[in-house]
Design a binder for this molecule. Structure first.
Ligand code: ZN
Ligand code: MN
Length: 134
């Protein structure tokens, strides 16, 4: 695999591994989860490398940082517009691909040019709901 010199982003084996871990990953992993997934194969990989790589990928628009989970940042390789639902019991996050037509009040639309929206649903997943009931 060649380094992508033109964009100034060197695809080191460690970075490639992080990219691969994220590719098609629907778990919305946290930094810690990504790190844990990495050190199995790269025992010398530092947490700083994971942070730096995520930061670069974020700036390049290859990964989205989510603030849906109030306890920690989560990362999404799917950068297309979509919404999320989070379980308040286990912090599992699922994608919501429906479109929700919104009609923001005029006073806001006069002051802001709206460039996007993101809806966060929260609830209990079936596992956590069963735990609560038994
Ligand atoms: Zn849950
Ligand atoms: Mn997502």
């Amino acid at each position: 695999m060649k380094n992508n010199k033109r964009s100034g982003f060197k695809l080191t084996p460690q970075r490639l591994a992080i990219l691969k871990f994220l590719e098609g990953n629907k778990e919305h992993p946290s930094v810690d989860q990504i790190y844990k997934g990495m050190i199995k194969k790269f025992p010398t990989m530092s947490l700083a490398t994971v942070y730096n790589t995520l930061d670069t990928l974020k700036k390049r628009g290859q990964v989205k940082e989510l603030n849906v989970d109030p306890s920690k940042k989560r990362f999404d390789p799917n950068t297309e517009v979509h919404h999320h639902i989070i379980c308040v019991g286990c912090q599992k996050i699922l994608d919501v691909h429906n479109e929700f037509p919104l009609d923001p009040p005029k006073i806001e639309t006069e002051e802001f040019e709206i460039i996007g929206s993101h809806i966060e649903f929260y609830g209990l997943c079936s596992k956590c709901k069963n735990k609560k009931e038994t």
